[in-house]
Design a protein around this ligand. Structure first.
Ligand code: DAH
Length: 368
């Protein structure tokens, strides 16, 4: 039976002690059965609520109702009860909150002997992979590898490559210029390099002839993105300068490189083109590696796929690096440049250049 406060009718000390004992054993018992936060609140209110809690009832029914001479004895006991009940309520709260943190410790227990979560291994991006495969073909022929900055001067990106200021050849490369450069002389103005060709000049400034170098890297054009254009893409540039380098060396080198890259069955074809920094210049096609030259959708029924630009280094370019030993009466050279994405698209049958940049794992996983 739950404890209830009854009026006292005997004010003798022994009777009072007995009433106190009953109450304290009741609060002790109820405190012992408090099992959680809600229980505890009910318990606290039942005993301590200002309005009609058991202590309030004790105050009314025992102390207020006591006859004058008994008030002192009753009052002392009521005070003692107050202290004891408060203590019991606090202790119950302590008990449930410490058992709460124990159950939390239990539920958050870590088994540090379990094997860890494996991070799936990534794969090399098809653009970088194609780029290093191309570079590898030339490294095997004794070329070294160089790189240069993506933010370049007008001088190195254009002028030293024989694109004079305001020459219409500049219009073929839609250029992204760094803003706020108007007060600098034009040749010092900064831009995002439109090709890897400026590294030809950097390499020749750093190393006197002979030189054989390939340059993989990122380039930028003010192009609107579509299935075959991206404002950021990659190129591999090449340069070879020595005594007696001829167009035959250029043909032989690129023919070998295309066979190493696409397979020994491909044939190459050179036909005239124009670049300011080479003279003569050529565009190189390879026989379609899909149909073998018969004509298919990939090669637009022509049997040939156009892959890169090249040519013999224009003597005007050597003029800019003459002080480092590049005297066009004594040396000659060839250069070439190719777009990595285009080659990767052809090689892997990818029909949209944007797929390279979207980071969709379903696309990237196919190159594992
Ligand atoms: N820089 C040229 C471009 O971006 C590609 C190129 C053509 C590079 C001929 C060369 C070269 O080195 O000889 O369109």
């Amino acid at each position: 039976m739950a404890y209830t406060v009854r009026k006292l009718d005997d004010y003798a000390p022994a009777a009072l002690d007995a009433a106190v004992h009953d109450l304290l054993s009741a609060v002790g018992q109820e405190a012992g059965s408090v099992a959680g936060e809600n229980d505890w609140k009910l318990f606290r209110d039942r005993w301590m609520a200002r309005k009609n809690g058991i202590l309030t009832q004790v105050n009314d029914l025992w102390l207020k109702a006591a006859p004058g001479p008994a008030k002192r004895e009753v009052g002392a006991r009521v005070n003692q009860l107050k202290t004891e009940v408060e203590r019991a309520v606090d202790a119950a709260q302590q008990r449930i909150s410490s058992s709460g943190s124990k159950s939390r410790l239990d539920s958050e227990r870590l088994d540090i002997t379990l094997p860890g979560i494996r991070r799936p291994l990534g794969a090399e991006h098809p653009v970088l992979r194609t780029m290093s495969e191309i570079v590898q073909v030339f490294r095997a022929m004794g070329y070294s590898v160089a790189d240069g900055p993506e933010i370049e001067t007008d001088y190195l990106n254009f002028e030293a490559l024989n694109f004079p200021p305001n020459h219409p050849a500049r219009d073929t490369q839609d250029t992204i210029f760094v803003a706020g450069q108007e007060r600098k002389p034009q040749r010092d103005r900064l831009l995002l390099r439109t090709h890897t060709s400026p590294v030809q000049i950097r390499a020749m400034m750093a190393t006197p002839p002979p030189i054989r170098v390939v340059v993989p890297g990122k380039v930028h054009r003010a192009d609107t993105a579509d299935a075959t254009h991206s404002p950021i893409f990659h190129q591999v540039e090449g340069l070879a300068v020595d005594t007696n380098i001829t167009f035959c060396d250029l043909k032989g080198t690129l023919d070998h490189a295309m066979k190493a890259f696409f397979g020994s069955n491909v044939k190459t074809r050179f036909f005239p083109s124009f670049f300011p920094f080479t003279e003569p210049s050529a565009d190189v096609s390879v026989t379609c590696f899909k149909c073998g030259g018969k004509g298919c959708r990939l090669c637009k029924m022509s049997g040939w796929i156009e892959l890169l630009g090249c040519g013999m280094v224009d003597p005007n370019v050597f003029q800019f690096v003459k002080s480092n030993g590049y005297d066009s009466r004594k040396i000659s050279g060839f250069a070439f440049g190719m777009g990595v994405e285009r080659i990767a698209m052809l090689k892997y049958g990818i029909d949209d250049i944007q797929l390279f940049y979207q980071g969709d794992v379903r696309f990237l996983e196919q190159f594992n």
